[in-house]
Write a protein that binds this ligand. Sequence first.
Ligand code: ADP
Length: 380
Amino acid sequence: MEKISKIIKTKIFRYGFAVSGIFVSAFMFENFQTRINSTTVALAFLLWILISATFLGRNPALLASLAAMLCFNFFFLPPVRTWTISDPQNLVAWGAFTVTAIIAGELSAYARRRALEAEKQKIEIERLYNELQDAFEKASRAEALKQSEKLKSSLLDAVTHDLRTPLTSIKASVTTLLDSEGGHRTIELDTESRLEFLEIIDEETDRLNNFIEGMVELARVEAGSMRLRQTFSSIEEIISTALKRAENLLKNHRIRVELEKDLPLVSVDAKALAEVVYTLLDNASKYSPENSQITVKAVVTGEQVQISVNDEGGGISPEIREKVFEKFFRDEVNPVGGLGLGLAIAHGIIESHGGKIWIDTGENEKGAKIIFTVPIEKEL
Ligand code: ADP
């Protein structure tokens, strides 16, 4: 009810306003009739009809044109103050009022309709865009879920293998050692055997520790929360730190180091980079036969320093050269294997330095060559 009365009120207002404009101007012109000719009056009426049609709509403008016709005829066309028209040419003025009202009204209604359509279209586009965004969000949530499911199952695999195996050895060694102790001993162990069990416990706890450290490191690299401590560091020092750490692993291999002369300093986290070189040396020693050669090279290529570790083992087949950088990935063809985390961590470290890491066939088509680059000058 309230709505209807509001509509009526606005309608009455629009019609009333359109007509009263004519009456007011007719009244004013009537009082100046001696000075104003009928063409000026007709033009003023036309102007008002045009304004009414544009702002109030076609129908109020038509009513205004009717009022204009009557007023024009009665007050301004000779003989004035009668309804008769002496000059038939003045009929043209009537026609002009009506046609103006209709055309201007239609035009403004058309413009209004177009504006409304454009508004509707905008709303529709916004709606579609929001739907699309929703769909994208849902899809990426589903993808993230799938990824996390995949991660969970590979994590479970890793946990069963990498935590269970050392734990089983530790438990067995400790049980044996306990059984050889005290008054109720069931096993006799000589000093050498006792030492062997203690060594197993020592090695296996190290393995467990490495696994946990690897997991934590990977989680940090992946979450992007690994804070790089970048300083201008020398490549020679980074490589020699890694070689020193890997000394024990490399004792059965021939090591060759080829460093380009005058290598520039690089702005990197030296500790993290030495970790990457260590991982590559560790892999080279694990996956290549004893007494074979491992070559560490560093050269400048354009704006980068390129470091590579080349071994003479079985190599990495092209199909899995991308996969080896995924966490927990291990190539089953290798009887020895670690946690499948080393290259994933190395990848994260190199990427966070703005570098690249990839795999090639080794020199002379032998073994694997893991290459990585770091930019020479990187903005901190
Ligand atoms: P892992 O701890 O198993 O060595 P990595 O992430 O370091 O894990 O390596 C992933 C896999 O890539 C390894 O299991 C191995 O199969 C393969 N791989 C890595 N380096 C070499 C290499 N130098 N030669 C042959 N295979 C390699």
